[in-house]
Design a protein around this ligand. Structure first.
Ligand SMILES: O=C(O)CCC(=O)C(=O)O
Ligand SMILES: [Fe+2]
Length: 321
């Protein structure tokens, strides 16, 4: 049985930004691997936190869940009209395997829908269900995308502070989020348990690829950096996002901050969740942040174009199944 975990709460509306950033630093600090020691209270060593007072309307979030339920209830044939193109649109059950190293060839037991940037060069690439079928879909998704993007950008300024950078580093000085690249991902898990001793994952073990993930759901699991591995349930807290960092952020921060492995197990009933992945624009070159290396702790990774890094990771998850 997985243990249940209560994560630290980060209040995005707090006026004490320095204390909030310090708390974020404690939560995300990768104390196991980094040579620069920071005292971390054991209870903070999670890599995930709840984000409250984040500015996204509760009602809007509910509307997104409703629209998502309506979409995934459509006949497969209808959904396949919007099949993934350039990683945007619908991916059916078992199309993706989030753990390409696993021997489970069936792929994850979930279906997804991706919405990318609404404006700019990429804006026209999104696929939208027909208005006859889902008249409110586009309006609701559009509004949610904008609100959650704004939340992600505010959070990025706290993460910058937590990394001893100016709070506008990601938006202005570094230019990574100017413009940002965000992907809204709707997920539906049918909850099938598999037969006999076959292992079925809703989402197999993975860490996210990008910078910051904001997740709205009822539960998710994460793995401790501990042997033997212990999986613990992360409970749903009403009105809070579950936040974790992706591998790009770990790399960017020279492993000062961590991404954390997590997975979703089928529970025998349907489940919906809504993830938002915030990433730098595709042309941004991700190289060790100025505050994250020193003579004794040089950069561990070569610079890489954000778009190339994400593309390689996505290709691996769809080709493995
Ligand atoms: O559905 C969830 O709770 C988690 C989904 C997830 O980890 C992902 O899409 O990367
Ligand atoms: Fe994930």
């Amino acid at each position: 049985m997985a243990e249940s975990l209560s994560l630290p709460l980060i209040d995005l509306s707090s006026s004490d930004r320095i204390s909030t950033a310090t708390c974020i630093r404690q939560v995300l600090f990768l104390c196991f691997h980094h040579p620069i020691p920071i005292p971390v209270p054991a209870c903070m060593d999670y890599g995930f936190f709840y984000l409250i007072n984040h500015g996204v309307d509760d009602q809007l979030l509910e509307n997104v869940f409703d629209e998502s339920t309506k979409f995934f209830s459509l006949p497969l044939e209808e959904k396949m009209k919007l099949a993934l193109k350039g990683n945007l649109g619908f991916a059916p059950l078992h199309a993706e395997n989030l753990d390409p190293s696993s021997t489970t060839s069936k792929g994850d037991s979930k279906e997804t829908f991706h919405i990318g940037p609404l404006q700019g060069n990429e804006g026209h690439l999104n696929q939208w269900p027909s208005e006859d079928l889902l008249p409110s879909w586009r309006f609701v998704m559009d509004k949610y995308y904008k609100q959650v993007l704004s939340t992600g950008k505010k959070l990025s300024s706290l993460i910058a502070l937590a990394l001893n950078l100016n709070d506008d580093f990601f938006e202005k000085a570094g230019g990574a989020l100017n413009p940002p690249f965000g992907v809204l991902r709707l997920l539906h898990y049918p909850g099938e348990m598999g037969v006999s001793d076959e292992v079925v994952y809703g989402a197999s073990a993975h860490s996210d690829y990008g910078m910051i993930t904001l997740l709205a759901t009822d539960s998710v699991c994460r793995e401790k950096l501990k042997q033997p591995q212990i999986w613990e349930d992360v409970n749903h807290v009403k009105g809070a996002f579950i936040v974790n960092l992706g591998d790009m952020m770990e790399r960017w921060s020279n492993c000062l901050f961590r991404s954390t492995l997590h997975r979703v197990m089928p529970i025998g009933k349907e489940r919906y969740s809504i993830a938002f992945f915030l990433e730098p624009n595709k042309d941004y070159v991700v190289e060790c942040l100025p505050s994250c290396y020193s003579e004794s702790c040089p950069p561990r990774f070569p610079p890489i174009r954000s778009g190339d890094y994400i593309k390689d990771r996505i290709t691996a998850t769809y080709s493995a199944s």
